[in-house]
Write a protein that binds this ligand. Sequence first.
Ligand SMILES: *Cc1c(COP(=O)(O)O)cnc(C)c1O
Length: 435
Amino acid sequence: MKTTKKFLLPDERVPKVWYNVLADMPDLQPMLHPVTREPLQPSQLEPLFAKGLIEQEFSKERWIPIPEEVRTLYKIYRPTPLVRASGLEKALDTPARIYFKNESVSPVGSHKLNTAIAQAYYNKIEGVKHLTTETGAGQWGTSLSIAGKHFGLDVEVFMVRLSYEQKPYRKIAMQTYGGTVHPSPGTSTEAGRKFLSENPDTPGTLGMAISEACERAMKQPDTKYALGSVLNMVMLHQTIIGLETEEQFDMAGDYPDVIIGCFGGGSNFGGISLPFLRHQLAGKATFDCIAAESAGCPKLTKGTFRYDYGDSAGMTPLIPMFTLGADYQPAAIHAGGLRYHGAGAIMSQLLKDRIIRAVAVEQDTCFEAGSLFAKAEGIIPAPESNHAIAVAIQQALQAKEEGTDKVILFNLSGHGLLDLPAYESYNYLRAASTK
Ligand SMILES: *Cc1c(COP(=O)(O)O)cnc(C)c1O
């Protein structure tokens, strides 16, 4: 029987269910209505989200079936490879075994497509015609643009102005997939006009772009909003990463001790770690789960756990989360996907309960790690993913010092082939400093 496993077609190896950690955690503090501050009723989210997604946001079912239409699109690029980073192990001369889950092989180059496809699907089956969203570096807007196209939905993206100007290639990708892209803040929404009047030179933030996208969804008929991270439903969709990884470790006859992901709102880290953490929550295993955030936007290590808005204008529900404040202006770091003021409720609660932990990494350390990884493994990582790589390297060097052979797993959330200008400035600065 054992041998048949190896010959399963990719078709069969794409999971048929997502894992919902809310089935295994004590109840989260409820989201609150932004105006009344009363616990939010699911129906109050209907102006923004499809009913099928709202149901998932509040569901306590442990296993949620992946619709066949969604699985069919997942099969284009899933299962993604689990790779033993032997080149990196050699470069570090470490006894640790390092593995990475390679989400960069998706057609858009990151994990974000996993939830984009699901969100577009549930909107499509409820008759929605247009989707609005925000995007930072452009990974999410790109994912939603193609996911919308797969299901015949128009997609309108509010892109943080800093990235719109610094990262023109993702804008072109979105437009190529048929999406419409606006720099944010802009003049097409009330919220955007207000942000601009207060601060005409603002480079924008994800919080501002979310306000613009929500406003458009609430004011335009047949239109809903989609969010690429933070929400419980997004963590749910992303668990496909960890579920596959678990199966792949089983095939490899190995098991992780340390699980690492970079952290923007928590979706790629939650996606890889939650399926493993279910064993810890059941008291059957322990993992060292480390969220690697940017020192330029340190919500987990320097923020506070409290109720806060998901956007800058205060339109979204209040979410119980680690936050730097909805009006926080993050540093202009290259890792645009990590420039978000808050962390999703699930990952925030797990951090508060010390089931996961967090470290903040400086930008230079990240690019040094990413450059080493590129040379060792041949993949140029996304600036966001470099945070996870930096922590994986620290862990591997620590294992070397201690002479232990622990197993380190990290999520390679995306590739950096559209972020080469960020590498150029790092290479340039490095050359200048070694002269
Ligand atoms: C968006 C993004 C992130 C950060 O978002 P999470 O929800 O924390 O995963 C990290 N890496 C890449 C490549 C991204 O596109």
